[in-house]
Design a protein. Structure first.
Lengths: 283, 222
């Protein structure tokens, strides 16, 4: 039966010479796109904040605020911004940090004591930019940097990756649909032969086998093409960053395996579902 | 081999078969005749399970056909050789491929399949056209390909729907001789035909179907 499926599947492909390369290309492009995006993301992760994690913004409060005033201010901000997490930085800890960042202040801080420093509060939030509104608050002396270069680049890269994933997903859905529609059309075109074969005693696997073979060939081509495209593209992109001291890279084994699985499983699943839905009605 | 009990078949409120009862023993040769629209082709279609009866039971070789699941049909149909009135040849396959493809379902190796197909085609005078496509054949030649395909795997039951419709007298006689040989080897043969010459040439059991019921069951002529 396998020999029959391969022979008939090959005939099916030969009779529609352009479908095979077009389907292979339609599958390879989104799979490569997704593979390149994941690989580049994995490569950049250690150096750029891609996680869209919480940012920390330091707020210096006015020195006129005493302990109770500071607590009241924190309570008010917590009530107004439920997504903010406000933590008061104790004067001793702030003095330690100041000494570490600016060693020349160490002597002054030892002499005057940490009480000379204005009260500081740290706000943890997913939207550090939103903290800027506090600049106009009468009790606030200064608002620290709301984001770092890494965070901004990470956010841009993250959104770019989301767009690429969405495009890849849509293209992939189109390619899988194309595989299903092609199988449906071929079923319709061969309906008479299928009916005759059934009357002669052909089993479902005999009838469906050639269609699965015809889809497997472009799927294998797509798997090979997407791996090659990903390796070349990731290598080329990562070499661009060599001046930053980052080493060139390639896709991880997991990405390659996922690409091969997607290229083979998805169109085959589309073909199996189409055959399940329509093979018995095309008589 | 064939047991039919109270079979009716209704198409669009038109009753084609009306409570048909029939029994054909293994190794029998039976002619099925009657006017056009009497239900001959419908009866054959019910026998090879292309359709289900509206009511009644159909048994073939001890298996009930009318309630058989779809998955059981291939196995059943491999026991039956059907010669269709409209030939039902695969248009994109050569004569040889049309005859050998059924042998693949029986798991016969390509070389053996080709040998058997050639033998049958030679007997039907078609061996020189083995590479031709059906569309390049005459009606009679296409009919012989359909016959070769039905006979090549030596089925236990042969159902032939107007098998001599497009054949000249010599070829019709050759076909009858072939069917007789197969019947002599133990196969059951049911031939639906209008051809009175064919009925007269062989003293076999003849069923006359009229308006969906068996009007006569015996030797021809009545």
């Amino acid at each position: 039966m396998m020999r029959h499926a391969i022979a008939e599947g090959w005939l099916l492909l030969r009779s529609r010479g352009l479908v095979s390369p077009i389907l292979a290309l339609a599958l390879a492009i989104p799979i490569s796109l997704a593979g390149v995006t994941i690989s580049v993301r994995q490569w950049l992760e250690p150096v750029i904040d891609l996680g869209d994690r919480e940012g920390v913004v330091a707020i210096l409060l006015h020195p006129r605020l005493d302990e109770s005033g500071r607590r009241a201010w924190i309570d008010e901000q917590t009530r107004r911004h439920s997504e903010w997490r406000l933590v008061a930085v104790e004067p001793e800890e702030l003095a330690q940090r100041m000494s570490a960042w600016f060693p020349y202040l160490e002597e002054l801080l030892e002499r005057e004591g940490p009480e000379m420093l204005p009260p500081m509060v740290e706000i943890r939030t997913r939207d550090p930019e939103g903290v800027r509104e506090l600049k106009t608050d009468d009790e606030v002396l200064a608002v620290g940097p709301t984001s770092s270069v890494n965070q901004v680049v990470g956010r841009v890269a993250g959104r770019f990756a989301t767009v690429l994933f969405t495009v890849a997903g849509l293209l992939m859905a189109g390619a899988v649909l194309f595989a299903g529609v092609w199988v449906h059309l071929e079923l319709h075109r061969n309906a008479e032969e299928i009916a005759i074969m059934r009357l002669m005693g052909a089993t479902e696997s005999t009838v469906r086998g050639p269609f699965l073979v015809a889809v497997t060939v472009p799927a294998l081509l797509a798997a090979a093409a997407s791996v090659v495209i990903t390796v070349v593209a990731v290598g080329w992109i990562s070499r661009l960053a060599a001046p930053l001291g980052l080493a060139a890279t390639g896709p991880s084994l997991m990405v390659v395996v996922a690409q091969v699985c997607c290229a083979i499983v998805l169109p085959l699943a589309a073909a199996i579902i189409t055959l399940e839905r329509h093979a018995t009605t095309e008589e | 081999m064939i047991r039919i009990r109270g079979v009716t078949k209704v198409y669009d409120r038109r009753q084609i078969l009306r409570g048909l009862d029939l029994s054909v023993d293994a190794g029998e040769m039976v002619f099925l005749t009657g006017p056009s629209g009497a239900g001959k082709t419908t009866l054959l279609r019910l026998l090879y399970a292309a359709e289900k009866p509206t009511t009644g039971e159909i048994w073939l070789a001890g298996e009930r056909v009318d309630t058989m699941k779809r998955s059981g049909l291939p196995q059943l149909r491999r026991k039956i050789g059907v010669i269709f009135q409209d030939f039902k040849l695969l248009r994109r396959k050569t004569v040889m491929e049309n005859v050998t493809f059924v042998l693949r379902f029986h798991g016969i190796a390509p070389r053996e399949a080709n040998r058997r197909a050639y033998k049958v085609l030679k007997r039907l005078g078609l061996h020189h056209r083995q590479s031709a496509l059906p569309e390049s054949l005459s009606g009679g030649e296409q009919q012989r390909v359909a016959i070769a395909r039905a006979l090549v795997y030596q089925p236990r039951l042969i159902l032939a729907d107007e098998p001599t419709g497009n054949l000249d007298a010599d070829l019709a006689a050759e076909l009858l001789s072939l069917l007789c040989d197969i019947n002599y080897q133990g196969a059951t043969v049911v031939v639906a035909t209008h051809d009175h010459a064919l009925l007269e040439s062989l003293p076999a059991r003849t069923l006359v179907l009229r308006r969906g019921v068996i009007d006569y069951d015996g030797r021809w002529p009545p």
